[in-house]
Design a protein around this ligand. Sequence first.
Ligand code: CTP
Ligand code: CA
Length: 228
Amino acid sequence: AGREVPQKPMAGRHVLVTSGPTHEAIDPVRYLANRSSGRQGHAVAAAAAEAGARVTLVSGPVAIPDPAGVTVVRVESARAMLAAVEAALPADLAIFAAAVGDWRPAEMRDAKIKKDGHMPAPLTLVENPDILATISARTEGRPPLVVGFAAETDAVLDNARKKIARKGCDLIVANDVSAEGGVMGGLDNTVHLVARDGGVETWPKLGKEEVGRRLVARFAALLAARNG
Ligand code: CTP
Ligand code: CA
């Protein structure tokens, strides 16, 4: 008899996933955010649990249900997401699917900003920490497989290749989020897997749940090839 395909290819693994947008507070009632629904990240987390992994999902504010069999840590800001990710390590695999806010207001006002008959002071922004780059650069406790996502509206593959080099991750899942594609908030996704050597594999348009299952199957195979 040939070798049997394992039923639970992620059994014994700890998988860390980020998902959803972040909210960056302006004052107690206002924030900066983006259009991420969390659907693709949550689908990856669900698929990893289905494949037998212990899964920690660090999620920004989303309107979709928690995936079954997953430990969910809810955060709002990019800085809180980074802290939750660091607290969840070590992991065998880390997948950074969140649409992390690139900037936050330089200061969060303690009281609601009032109209008071005049325009508010201009919003000054500062850059948020890059969670994917921070974890990829760890010398101790770096997950053996670190996967980023790249949301692009143009030059998808060129930008993804630059991103993988800049961030130091092992793999990038790139997708086109220009408005006509309807990916942000939509149910389907067309992804390109971009490897460190620049190699690209483009998958057909699939439901986000199917993309999640296929990604997890691929990551399980990569981990098995590394350390059995
Ligand atoms: N990412 C992150 N922390 C940030 C910004 C991005 O962890 N502060 C991660 C995302 O979760 C994703 C990857 O980095 O896995 C790429 O995110 P993206 O927004 O496409 O890249 P940026 O480097 O922010 O570049 P830009 O938005 O300018 O295209
Ligand atoms: Ca960004």
